[in-house]
Design a protein around this ligand. Structure first.
Ligand code: FEO
Length: 401
């Protein structure tokens, strides 16, 4: 068995994208992979395809195993272009008997490719298709990550093909979770959850319960990005349980943008107050941290303390952009507070509080505004604000929703 044969007769035929550093606004500093799988059975089946930039990689891997024209079925678990970008080219070469997808998948594929004549075979949760020795069953997973998404389960081998779910943007030559440093894999899995699936947490919880109820004999969880889970399935499932329940750690983030460094001085004073309570705190300057990396930390932090100077009666632009991004991802079960400097109008703290209220954060303090440059007393006030936040973090028994 070669390193790309993940089980007897089931081959990884995807592509590793070592170079991608921006994935629709998500920073992918470790690259990614687009995983596709070829099942050699009486009915030869390709599960998912790859981004259009890597279609030759996939076809080359397939050709090393079989003539692509021998493929009978293509399964599309998800129509987003990172998994379907090479589908049109693959359809031309393969001309499969069946293109298997969910009902929403068919709609999505038609909206993307405009081929009404493809041999769509629509499946729903519980449907099964025999490949000969093996059986594929399907589970619709709407909104994880798109309305069309589904899982495909290869029953005899116990492999659950999960598309985006349980994925990580991680480029590696290794294919399994036990071949790569687990901390590295979990960091990327958390980042993936925080930026792609966080807002769908209620659906993730339902899906996890559904999978448990189905009592599937899962030996591998094979997402379409990153490594395949075979040794740490319990760990990634437990992490998804925790993240989707909005469990948090006793940790605070001070996230700020500064103009002439007054708000930065306030941020440092607030952080020192939090730290003095024994609560770990990260000081995050929005100008030097990518919003997708900040979201990874937001995922598990208990307190978010936001700081912005006032500019043109509003927030500074990095903070405004970050709030827009974070609002869409719907963090919950967090404490919030705000601070910022101003010159004459000073709306920023009020606006930060309004944004956090809208996100249903528990605002524990009215916050602090300082005119132009903070005095020693102003900074002492910021330290006290930090202490109140630290005390609230310690007093609070993080709950799950
Ligand atoms: Fe990896 Fe939603 O696509």
């Amino acid at each position: 068995m070669n390193m790309h044969e993940i089980a007897q007769g089931i081959h990884w035929v995807g592509a590793v994208d070592w170079d991608v550093r921006d994935f629709h606004g998500y920073s992918t500093l470790e690259g990614t992979s687009y995983n596709a799988f070829l099942i050699i059975d009486e009915k030869i089946t390709l599960v998912d395809t790859v981004k259009h930039t890597h279609q030759h990689d996939m076809m080359h891997r397939i050709r090393r195993l079989i003539d692509p024209a021998k493929i009978d079925y293509i399964v599309v678990n998800h129509a987003e272009f990172d998994h379907s970008g090479s589908l049109a080219a693959a359809m031309e070469i393969i001309k499969p008997e069946k293109l298997i997808c969910s009902a929403m998948g068919k709609k999505s594929l038609m909206d993307h490719f405009h081929h009404t004549d493809w041999p769509y075979e629509v499946v729903k949760t519980g449907d099964e298709i025999s490949l000969g020795e093996r059986t594929l069953s399907f589970i619709e997973t709407r909104m994880l990550h798109w309305p069309d998404s589904m899982f495909t389960f290869c029953k005899e081998d116990g492999i659950l093909f999960t598309s985006d779910a349980f994925g990580q943007h991680l480029a590696t030559s290794e294919r399994f979770d036990d071949q790569v440093d687990l901390g590295r894999v979990m960091t990327q899995a958390a980042k993936y959850y925080a930026n792609i699936l966080y807002l769908y947490s209620p659906l993730v919880k339902k899906l996890l319960a559904q999978i448990q109820q189905m009592d599937l004999d899962i030996k591998m969880v094979a997402p379409d990005h990153g490594v395949i889970w075979r040794s740490h399935i319990d760990k990634i499932i437990a992490s998804y349980e925790s993240w989707s329940s909005h469990e948090s750690e006793q940790r605070a983030l001070v996230i700020y943008e500064t103009m002439w460094r007054s708000t930065e001085a306030m941020a440092k004073a607030v952080a020192s107050g939090i730290e003095s309570c024994g609560v770990p705190v990260d000081l995050i300057n929005l100008k030097v941290n990518h919003h997708s990396d900040i979201m990874t930390r937001v995922l598990t932090a208990r307190a978010l303390v936001l700081g912005s100077s006032t500019l043109n009666n509003g927030l500074l632009p990095y903070m405004a952009g970050f709030l827009s991004y974070m609002r869409g991802l719907k963090p919950q079960n967090k404490i919030g507070a705000a601070f910022g400097s101003y010159g004459w109008s000073g709306e920023s703290v009020k606006m930060l509080n309004e944004a956090m209220s809208e996100m249903k954060l528990d605002i524990i303090d009215e916050g602090i505004r300082v005119k132009f440059v903070p005095t020693h007393d102003d900074l002492a006030g910021c330290v006290e604000l930090g202490k109140r936040i630290g005390a609230a973090v310690l007093a609070d028994n993080p709950t799950t929703s």
